[in-house]
Design a protein around this ligand. Sequence first.
Ligand code: ATP
Ligand code: MG
Length: 281
Amino acid sequence: MTAARASVLDAAPSTLEPSVHAHVDPVIEFRNVTKAFGEKVVYRDLSFQVFRGETLVVMGGSGVGKSVMLKMLIGLLEADGGSIRFRGDEVTRMDERELRTLRCHIAMLFQGAALFDSLTVGENVAYALHEHHRDDMTAAQIQERVHWALSLVDLPGIEHMSPADLSGGMRKRVGLARAIALKPEVLLYDEPNTGLDPINTARVNHMINGLKRTINVTSIVVTHDMSSAFAVADRMAMVHRGQIIALGSPEAFRTSTDPRVADFINGHAPEHEDVETLLQS
Ligand SMILES: Nc1ncnc2c1ncn2[C@@H]1O[C@H](COP(=O)(O)OP(=O)(O)OP(=O)(O)O)[C@@H](O)[C@H]1O
Ligand SMILES: [Mg+2]
């Protein structure tokens, strides 16, 4: 193994935070989080913050733990140690009822974004509203919200269609409409562009940026796709071997001399990688 070389991105993340964040409480904070599945250590020290209204792009090789990070944030997986906070509230100590409320504030576009083919598009988008707002939203209000969410993803009026009749790009956008129907403060996108052609990829990126502007949502976007990463990121983070090894502006990533970052961004095979890592991945 080649010893990790220092780079500007290896500096303590706080030194890279834009100064505007210096006196602002983060919306999301992971501190010293650890997570293993049996012998397999996924995180040995995961620490980072996300601030209101920004889009943080998270990158890293397959199996490095990106989806696990998002699932720990909404309590679908439990961290083994450390602290995960949303607006100061400790997620790791929440009970099921509190987690359900949390998931109204933090919505996730899952990897694959599966829709229920037995339901209409409208019923799919309304799904979480029925689950979370059964007692405080009327049927008309739910219908109105579904229309609003579909309009935001540029698919107004397709409530009665079946997901089976939609293209992959449209299905992805319906998945996004389902996530935003709850008017969440935070959106988690897990590989939103996988399987999409360049035009639909650009459309989804445009939507991620549009939602930031129109509903001031705070986002974490996990992606392998570098052009998408640079199209949506306010800041970027790279996960490697159980921790964040780089966190900074897109410009700092673009010009990084850290081989682990540069290889990933330029799509080169990681020559510095050792067999142990390959076997673990
Ligand atoms: N519920 C689980 N039980 C056991 N192991 C799991 C579970 N979820 C994830 N893992 C393991 O944790 C590691 C990280 O998984 P994760 O899905 O977060 O990777 P990822 O970075 O999202 O990868 P990809 O880019 O392929 O989606 C993998 O080794 C995976 O097998
Ligand atoms: Mg994943």
